[in-house]
Design a protein around this ligand. Sequence first.
Ligand code: NAP
Length: 311
Amino acid sequence: MSQAGVALREALGQGHIGFVGGGAMGAALAGGVLAAGLPAAQLRVADPDPARRGALAGELGIETLADNSALLAASDVVVLAVKPGLLRPVLAALRGDLARPLWISVAAGISLQTLGGGLPPGARVVRAMPNTPALIGAGACGFAAGAACGAADREIARALFSCVGLAWEAPSEALLDAVTGLSGSGPAFALALLEALAEAGAALGLPPEAAERLAGQTLLGAALLAQQSALSPAELRAQVTSPGGTTEAGLARLAAGNFAACVGDAVRAAARRSQELGEMGAAEAPAPGAGRVATAPGKVNAPAGDRNAHL
Ligand SMILES: NC(=O)c1ccc[n+]([C@@H]2O[C@H](COP(=O)([O-])OP(=O)(O)OC[C@H]3O[C@@H](n4cnc5c(N)ncnc54)[C@H](OP(=O)(O)O)[C@@H]3O)[C@@H](O)[C@H]2O)c1
């Protein structure tokens, strides 16, 4: 059992997690939790699509249900993983003790206040902002817990999202807009850099496929180096920048093009848009997007862009 799995087992005890929505994110979280070592008997997924239920049951070996209210009755933690526009109708249609479970929503742009509006007063609610790499277990998630949540609830949320990557608890919900701008939209920014690197390499004569693989591995390696080193990214960068060398020549061009300011503008623009969408209710509006990643059972190689058109 992984460290995240141990933490989740400790926080959850013999409790059960139910996922409302077995799409890309619901399936990724369920798969991550299973891979971390939680027994399949402690997980259930509800989804209206029989084919998806069959795929989830077959590939993950967990119980699947068609009825969200039956899932609620059997769950101590309910993860809301439907499209943001469906969240309110899904909550309104639920029958049962809505005050009992811990609710965890991953719906982009749906505030704790909106979530609480569909639940009894005092309901324990966590709002999370995962990102697309969670679909391959390499996510970065920020979450904020509602006022009624206790330490154990926060720990369950942290452990759950740690099963699919990094989980960070924001001290205030307002910071989730910044999380959206940075790690929610960030995968697309990183992919834009990957594309630019690959195109530049191809323009210099590298076979395009080799350029793309070299670019991807370079970004992956740099990120892992930054994660695993005691040095800061700036110190690591200085280490590989010899005076008069190749890297210095390239970095000078990045500085001349205001690279850092441009990236900062991108993150701020995404955070601002997240705030605007949140104020509008965000239900159907686009938020941080998924690319061509589809690892959910039964959906491998499905066009994620279609399925995540709301994102
Ligand atoms: N994918 C990401 O990278 C990502 C990142 C951050 C946040 N999120 C959030 O995660 C949530 C789910 O996104 P997703 O990408 O997983 O979407 P998705 O692949 O469309 O999954 C949603 C699932 O919910 C099912 N569903 C529809 N109505 C339902 C109902 N009444 N009860 C139970 N399930 C129902 C859908 O079935 P049908 O397809 O048959 O309607 C679908 O299987 C969204 O709120 C999104 O904002 C996703």
